[in-house]
Design a protein around this ligand. Structure first.
Ligand code: NAG
Ligand code: NAG
Ligand code: NAG
Ligand code: NAG
Ligand code: NAG
Ligand code: NAG
Length: 436
């Protein structure tokens, strides 16, 4: 597994932290708005979908293929590498290659896509972003096989635990599987944030659990996202929303991320340690990276000592692709094809979060294996970074330019269109489940 150099120099690290504090001060308020805007959308599930339209709404593949495979340098530079190719297979390093076969589902075949991510329905004009698949550099990654997967999952259960990206992810999985068996919703909470589906023919259950911090958090926001007080975050106490059910799942995908950038007061052992962006309070500014590391450590510590008998993925966080600004000041993501390796870089803030994720995972995985816990890193950061073209952008909203071609629309360059690049996460997961 490719792990970023841990040897960030002390100086560079300090510079990063300063930058981080500065940038989070600047966007602290903005992020609050953004997460109210993007992470907590109301549960608008289409109930009156027409099934009369032509089933295939995609243009012929050849017409939309943005590039030919010949444009890619698939370099196999393994000169430094003494290991055989097979062992070297790193699912997380590779390229997006053209895939004329297109996505496994569409807005017509799957009715579980949330409106905000239903880019096809919302009128996104280009469709080239649908014709790529992730290809790890030194190995074959077969396309997700829904029937084989469901066969393997007879009477098993999955849970995806995290924030709105986990919800985005679960919809991708459900849409892919619904080609074989239609999931039936068997539970949802009041706000449709935590939900559970059952695949009757396979007695297979998939849950998504809303726990944006994974640790215990008191969030004082109403349905419109108006916050009346800072979030109170207990860095050493896990969110009971998932701990109570933890042992009942055979497979779990944990993840967290951007919520840690919000204004919050940090507790440990019920005592206030400090806060992040609370200038009006006389508290020590600890920075979100402090809370991120402590919280992830608490979660991974619980997992690695849990004697869980299934398979647990720790998913790294996903990068956003706002360019030319952030979401609130005109940032956009209007690219229509993937980056190639080296054409882009993680933003500093995300680099820092990722470094914490990797470092804490590495520590936990040793302990986990000593305890017989099967813990794996689902390192989708880099492959997702290469897909600036996969976000809804303005097509978070239905026909955003119908009335005014020049309308100023808020862009969503964080969540992913469905179908879209996030579908490939499931290819990787399936490979890890089948061959891991
Ligand atoms: C592929 O590699 C060659 C030589 O290293 C380089 O000149 C070329 O620009 C590369 N092409 C792409 C698409 O990166
Ligand atoms: C392969 O990698 C080595 C070391 O990273 C480098 O010196 C060499 O130029 C590379 N060769 C090619 C063909 O890219
Ligand atoms: C699916 O998207 C197409 C546009 O690509 C649209 O015409 C159609 O109405 C959508 N269907 C549903 C069921 O949302
Ligand atoms: C369905 O799966 C659950 C575990 O997820 C198991 O307890 C139950 O016995 C299964 N039911 C049938 C009919 O196989
Ligand atoms: C802020 O806290 C420090 C130490 O806890 C204390 O000495 C100082 O008086 C406080 N300042 C205000 C304005 O409350
Ligand atoms: C794409 O977004 C950039 C800002 O990042 C903007 O300047 C440009 O006009 C946009 N292009 C189109 C075609 O919308």
């Amino acid at each position: 597994m490719k792990v970023e150099s841990k040897a960030l120099s002390y100086q560079k690290c300090n510079a990063l932290i300063l930058k981080l504090i500065a940038s989070t001060l600047a966007v602290g308020f903005a992020f609050r708005l953004f997460f109210n805007f993007s992470a907590d959308f109301p549960p608008e599930f289409p109930s009156d979908l027409e099934k009369t339209a032509v089933p295939e709404s995609l243009p012929p593949a050849a017409a939309v293929l943005p590039q030919s495979a010949a444009d890619f340098n698939v370099s196999d530079n393994v000169s430094n590498d003494l290991m055989p190719l097979q062992e070297k297979c790193d699912l997380f390093t590779g390229d997006w290659i053209p895939d004329p076969s297109g996505p496994m589902y569409t807005n017509e075949s799957c009715h579980l896509i949330e409106n905000h991510q239903n880019c096809m329905k919302n009128g996104r004009p280009d469709s080239g972003y649908l014709y790529w698949r992730w290809s790890p550099r030194n190995c074959e990654l077969p396309q997700f096989d829904a029937e084989k997967f469901l066969e393997m999952m007879k009477s098993k259960s999955w849970a995806l635990i995290g924030d709105s990206i986990s919800r985005n992810h679960v919809q991708s999985l459900l849409c892919i599987l619904s080609k074989v068996d239609k999931p039936v919703e068997v539970y949802h909470d009041k706000e449709y944030k935590s939900r559970r589906w059952h695949f009757p023919s396979y007695n297979f259950t998939v849950s998504v659990i809303w726990s944006p911090f994974l640790v215990e958090a008191a969030i004082f926001e109403d349905m419109n996202g108006v916050s009346t007080s800072e979030i109170e975050l207990h860095l050493d106490r896990l969110d009971k929303k998932w701990t109570g059910q933890y042992q009942s799942f055979d497979y779990i995908v944990f993840s967290t991320g951007k919520w840690f950038l919000k204004t919050a007061i940090y507790y440990e052992n019920n005592v206030i340690l400090g806060c992040h962006y609370c200038p009006k309070k006389n508290l020590t500014e600890l920075g979100s990276e402090f809370a991120y590391r402590k919280s992830i450590r608490s979660v991974l510590n619980f997992i690695s000592t849990s004697h869980h008998k299934g398979l647990i993925f720790f998913r790294t966080s996903t990068p956003d692709h706002f360019e030319g600004g952030e979401w609130f000041n005109g940032g956009a993501c209007n690219r229509t094809s993937p980056f190639k390796e080296g054409e882009t870089e993680l933003k500093d803030l995300h680099k820092l979060l990722r470094r914490i994720e990797i470092e804490e995972f590495e520590k936990a995985v040793t302990k986990a294996s000593e305890n017989g816990v099967n813990l794996k890193l689902l390192d989708i950061t880099q492959l997702s970074l290469l897909r600036p073209d996969g976000h809804p952008g303005p097509y978070r909203f239905l026909h955003p330019f119908a009335k005014d071609r020049n309308a100023q629309i808020l862009n969503d360059c964080l969540h992913w269109c469905l179908p879209g690049p996030i579908d490939s996460w499931n290819d990787v997961i399936m490979e890890m489940v089948v061959n891991g």
